[in-house]
Design a protein around this ligand. Structure first.
Ligand code: MV4
Length: 508
C-alpha cells in the first residue's frame, strides 16, 4: 500500500459526550476542522454542545435511545455534511456494525477497519492472533467452550483458580473467578446469562487466573500503510470494580528491558492484524514480571492524556490525520518518554460512601492550573450532572520531571480543585497520593479495594502499622493458633480493622 494523497476533513461529527467530546472538538479546532456535536435530551446544555460549531439532537436521555443509536448518528452526519465521525470511547466506538455502516455510506470512521474491530472484539480470536504474532497470552482456551463437560476438562487442564470470561466481553463484564471445581457449574450459568444480556452473545471461555496482577497497557499508533509505532505504556492498576481511578506513565513496575519488549510485542500484534488508528494492548503483569496479553482496545482510551504528556504527541490529532489518509510520519526512535505523568479521574461519586453516584447541580467550580497541570473537563459551573451516563466529570493530569514531582504536583492540584454542590472522588485521591505503597510504586489491581478499606488514620501511624505487620507474621507462623495482640482491650478500632483486613487477605 502506498500513500494516497490525503484529503483534509472540512467537517467532523463527534459521536460522544462529556470530556472526550470536548477533547475531540479541541483537536479539530486546532486542525481547522468544523465540528458537529450530537446530544440527548439530558445534554441540551452540555459543554460539548456549547463548544461545537453545530449540534444535532439524537433522542431521549437513555443512551440506548440516543448515543447508542447508530442510524441517528449517521443521519446527523449526513444531514450536516460531515465527512468523518469520531466515536470517542464507549458507546459506538468498538461496534463493528457501526464502523461498517459508516464505511458503506462513505463516511470516514476515525478508527480501525470494521473487520479489525470484530477480530479483536472477539476475545478468543484476539488471543489466537496474539499467539500467531509471538505475544505471550494468559494460558487458556483459544475457542469458546461448548458445554459444561468441555469447560470442566479445560479447567482441570489449566488448574484452579480459573477465570471464566465472555468471548464477546471486555472490561469487567461477564468475568467470573472460579476457585474450586464445585463452584464451576454455578459460575458458568451466571457468566453465560450475564454475557447474554450484556453482549447478546453467551459464548464463554476459560483462562488460568493470575492472582493480584498489575494492569499495564501499551499504546500503539498505526497508519493505513503498514507503519506502526508504540508510545510506551500506562500503568492502570489503581481501579475499583473495573473502574480505573488513577493511571500513570511510565509504569513503576517495568524495567527498561521489559518496557522495550512490551512495545515490540504490541507493534508485532498491531502489524499482524493490519491495524490502523490508535490502539491499546492490555497486559497483566504478575509477580514474576512476565507480561501476559489480555485484550486489545481498538479505540482512543480515557487515559490517553498521560501518554500525551510524556511523549509530547497529540493522540487525537494523530488519529484524525491517520483517518485522513496521511502517513504516520513518525519513527520509533522519535518517540521518547520524558518525565512522568499521572491522571486522576474526577467522578461525580461519593468515595466516602462506597463510590455512590452523586449527580446534581455544580454550584461552584474552580479547576486547578499552573505548571505541569492539565484538566480535561466536560462540565462547567451551574450545569447539572445527569444521572443517565458515566459520571466522569474531568480528568486531572499532572506532569513532572520524575514520579515524585508528578505526585507532588498532583497533590497540589487536587488540593486546589473546588467542586461544590456534588460529591467527587477528589478526597479519595488526596488520600491515595499520600499512601506509602502508592508513593513507593508498590501496588497491584487489589490496592484500591483492599488497602483503602483501612480507615485513613492507619496510614498516618507507621508504628502501629508495623505492629499490624508483626501480627500478620505471627499469624502466618502459627497458622492462626492464637489471636494476635492487636485484639487486646483498648486497641484502636482501625488497628483491629487493619488486622482483620490483613487476615482476610491471607485467607483469600
Ligand atoms: C484476568 C485477571 C486475572 N487472570 N484474567 C478484568 C477486566 C478484563 N479486561 C480482564 N480482567 C482481568 N482478567 C486472568 N486470566 C484479572 C482481571 C482483573 C483486572 C484486570 C485489569 C485491571 C483490573 C482488574 C481487576 C480485577 C480483575
Amino acid at each position: 500500500m502506498s500513500p494516497k494523497p490525503a484529503r483534509a476533513f472540512r467537517k467532523l461529527l463527534v459521536a460522544n459526550r462529556g470530556e472526550i467530546a470536548v477533547r475531540v472538538i479541541r483537536a479539530c479546532r486546532e486542525l481547522g476542522i468544523a465540528t458537529v456535536a450530537v446530544y440527548s435530551e439530558a445534554d441540551r446544555a452540555a459543554l460539548h454542545v456549547r463548544l461545537a460549531d453545530e449540534a444535532r439532537p439524537i433522542g431521549p436521555a437513555p443512551s440506548r435511545e440516543s448515543y447508542l443509536r447508530a442510524e441517528r448518528v449517521i443521519e446527523a452526519a449526513q444531514a450536516s455534511g460531515a465527512e468523518a465521525i469520531h466515536p470517542g470511547y464507549g458507546f459506538l466506538a468498538e461496534n463493528p456494525d457501526f464502523a461498517r455502516a459508516c464505511e458503506e455510506r462513505g463516511i470516514v470512521f476515525v478508527g480501525p477497519r470494521s473487520e479489525t474491530i470484530a477480530l479483536m472484539g472477539e476475545k478468543t480470536s484476539a488471543r489466537r492472533e496474539a499467539i500467531a504474532a509471538g505475544v505471550p497470552v494468559v494460558p487458556g482456551s483459544l475457542e469458546p467452550l461448548g458445554d459444561e463437560a468441555a469447560l470442566r476438562r479445560e479447567a482441570e487442564r489449566l488448574g484452579f483458580p480459573v477465570m471464566l470470561k465472555a468471548a464477546a466481553g471486555g472490561g469487567g463484564k461477564g468475568l467470573r473467578l472460579v476457585r474450586h471445581p464445585a463452584e464451576l457449574a454455578a459460575a458458568h450459568e451466571r457468566a453465560r446469562s450475564e454475557a447474554r444480556s450484556a453482549f447478546g452473545d453467551d459464548r464463554v471461555y476459560l483462562e488460568k487466573a493470575l492472582e493480584r496482577p498489575r494492569h499495564v497497557e501499551t499504546q500503539v499508533l498505526a497508519d493505513g500503510y503498514g507503519d506502526v509505532v508504540h508510545l510506551y505504556e500506562r500503568e492502570c492498576s489503581i481501579q475499583r470494580r473495573h473502574q480505573k481511578l488513577i493511571e500513570e506513565s511510565p509504569s513503576p513496575a517495568l524495567t527498561p528491558e521489559l518496557r522495550e519488549r512490551m512495545g515490540a510485542l504490541a507493534v508485532a500484534l498491531a502489524r499482524r492484524v493490519g491495524y490502523r488508528n490508535a490502539g491499546t494492548l492490555e497486559f497483566l503483569v504478575g509477580a514474576d514480571r512476565q507480561p501476559c496479553f489480555l485484550e486489545m482496545n481498538t479505540r482512543l482510551q480515557v487515559e490517553h492524556p498521560v501518554t500525551e504528556m510524556v511523549t509530547g504527541l497529540d493522540l487525537v490529532k494523530l488519529q484524525i490525520r491517520i483517518a485522513q489518509g496521511e502517513p504516520l510520519g513518525l519513527r520509533q526512535q522519535d518517540v521518547v518518554q520524558r518525565g512522568h505523568a499521572l491522571e486522576c479521574r474526577v467522578y461525580a461519586e461519593d468515595a466516602a460512601a462506597g463510590f455512590l453516584p452523586s449527580p446534581g447541580r455544580i454550584a461552584a467550580l474552580r479547576a486547578p492550573g499552573g505548571p505541569g497541570v492539565r484538566d480535561d473537563s466536560g462540565v462547567y459551573e451551574g450545569w447539572s450532572v445527569p444521572i443517565d451516563y458515566d459520571p466522569l466529570l474531568s480528568k486531572l493530569v499532572a506532569w513532572g520531571g520524575d514520579r515524585r514531582e508528578a505526585i507532588e504536583r498532583m497533590r497540589r492540584a487536587v488540593a486546589e480543585y473546588r467542586v461544590l454542590g456534588i460529591r467527587t472522588t477528589l478526597p479519595f485521591f488526596a488520600r491515595v497520593l499520600r499512601h506509602p505503597s502508592f508513593v513507593a510504586g508498590d501496588f497491584d489491581t487489589s490496592f484500591a479495594e483492599a488497602a483503602l478499606a483501612l480507615p485513613p488514620e492507619a496510614e498516618e501511624r507507621p508504628v502501629e502499622a508495623a505492629i499490624v505487620a508483626a501480627a500478620i507474621q505471627a499469624f502466618r507462623e502459627r497458622k492462626a493458633a492464637t489471636r494476635p495482640a492487636v485484639f487486646a482491650a483498648g486497641a484502636p478500632p482501625w488497628l483491629v480493622a487493619g488486622w482483620r483486613e490483613a487476615h482476610g487477605r491471607l485467607r483469600s
